[in-house]
Write a new protein. Structure first.
Length: 452
């Protein structure tokens, strides 16, 4: 029997929840189909558990760097219990009940699009019809083609963020944000960590200097960082694993942790047979309103392959909800912040110098040591560090890029994000007045160093 809805949302992660919640508030008939847990990857296996785990060793390191404070001890069992509390014991019962109380139909099932005009979605034995379908199925960890990987213990972000015990040895494949965060966490919890990055530096999509600073910090925490090489094969040996690298060396480990990126999750959705255009990564191609087709198919968040961040998925959800409710918003991905929750935090926004050159932009850039110009780093810790880099468009006299590695950088990078997104003139930014002493003062100090 067909059930008619205004919208069927496939995937109940941050993006799917955003669009479903706003449409329910507006009185629309909504079906929410989720194959796993309402809340998605972010709530249970990514952002929430990882940042919860990272905070404990961060506080310990901060205490060691502050005058007059004894370094606290780790209590892994207490941290693990709080992590379990934050991910709700992998139980979404309350979330499902909440949506049903708002009037949504919630199905725990795989979904497949089997028709259009109107759209038909089959899920859990139900045949759902709707004027609009929103695909919000997220992404999944890339499993690199390493010989023998299926025969050894392998963790993706899911196993790593729900771990029960800290391993003695870990080999991380990939120098992305996941690799940097997990590498530092495991090392600070007493694990012997080797991080292997195929490219010449960590955080390959950011400014090269950030990759250098990240590697320097990880090495300071005891992580063996190896760039310019990759794992060619792995095999079981005794009670552990031996990984052979393409430079001829070998690494012994207890677990292999994957941090080699993510890809859109579109398998089984039926998009290929429905006349939907897919990009090279398998992501549905969307327009500026996140629309896949003009007759009511939409895609949001990681599945689009555009800026795979929770905050972008939520932004896409707001865009689609607004359009479905009669608005005319368009997605603008200018000035989206990117944060690595290492210690200290790494944050970036806008384009890199290499990206600006590709666009033919004449730039002015600066990098400076925050400890040489600000008082706040010295009130924050006894041996402070901190670096900020800025990139400006000479002709337009606006900021187009910024990056930082410093305490709380993930918070104060948003000033630069707003300046880039809104195109605020540098002369206006230079007239800003920041609270003293704060890290936020660094924006004006940096802009004063730009040779425009």
């Amino acid at each position: 029997m067909a059930v008619d809805f205004d919208v069927v949302v496939i995937g109940a992660g941050p993006g799917g929840e955003t669009v479903a919640g706003r449409l329910l508030e507006a009185g629309r008939r909504v079906a929410l189909v989720e194959r796993e847990l309402v809340g998605g990857e972010c709530a249970y296996w990514a952002c929430v558990p990882s940042k919860t785990l990272l905070r404990s060793p961060e506080v310990r390191a901060e205490a060691a760097a502050v005058a007059g404070v004894s370094e606290p001890a780790h209590e892994w069992s207490a941290l693990r219990d709080y992590r379990d509390h934050m991910i709700r014991g992998l139980d979404d019962t309350a979330q499902v009940r909440g949506y049903r109380e708002q009037g949504a139909t919630v199905l725990r099932a795989e979904a497949r699009i089997t028709g259009r005009d109107p759209w038909v979605v089959e899920a859990g034995g139900e045949r759902l019809t709707a004027a609009n379908v929103v695909v919000a199925t997220g992404s999944e960890a890339v499993r690199p083609p390493v010989d023998g990987l299926d025969g050894v213990e392998v963790w993706t972000n899911r196993e790593a963020t729900t771990l029960r015990e800290i391993p003695e040895r870990a080999l991380l494949i990939g120098g992305s944000a996941v690799g940097v965060e997990l590498g530092q966490f495991l090392a600070r919890m007493g694990c012997s960590v080797v991080l292997v990055q195929r490219g010449p530096r960590l955080l390959g999509r950011e400014e090269p200097r950030l990759g250098e600073l990240a590697a320097e910090r990880l090495r300071g925490d005891g992580v063996e960082v190896r760039t310019g090489c990759q794992v060619s094969s792995v095999r079981r040996e005794g009670d552990g694993t031996v990984a052979e690298l393409d430079d001829g060396s070998a690494v012994r480990t207890d677990v292999v942790v994957l941090g080699a990126g993510r890809r859109p999750r579109t398998g089984g959705l039926g998009l290929e047979g429905g006349g939907v255009e897919l990009g090279g990564s398998g992501a549905p191609v969307v327009d500026e309103r996140c629309r896949v087709t003009g007759d009511g198919l939409w895609a949001i968040g990681d599945v689009t392959g555009i800026s795979q961040f929770t905050h972008v998925a939520q932004y896409h959800g707001r865009i689609v909800a607004d359009v479905l409710l009669g608005g005319s918003r368009r997605a603008d991905h200018t000035g989206i912040p990117r944060v690595v929750f290492s210690h200290p935090e790494i944050a970036a926004v806008g384009v890199t110098a290499a990206g600006a050159r590709e666009e033919g932009i004449e730039t002015a850039a600066c990098e400076f040591d925050l400890t040489a110009s600000l008082a706040r780093p010295w009130t924050f810790e006894t041996e402070p560090t901190g670096t900020l880099g800025l990139l400006a468009d000479r002709r337009r006299r606006v900021l187009i890029g910024a990056w930082a590695m410093a305490p709380l950088a993930g918070e104060w990078i948003h000033q630069a994000a707003l300046a880039i997104r809104a195109g605020i003139p540098i002369d206006t930014l230079l007239d800003g007045v920041a609270q003293f002493p704060t890290y936020s003062e660094s924006l004006v100090r940096g802009l004063e160093r730009l040779e425009l």
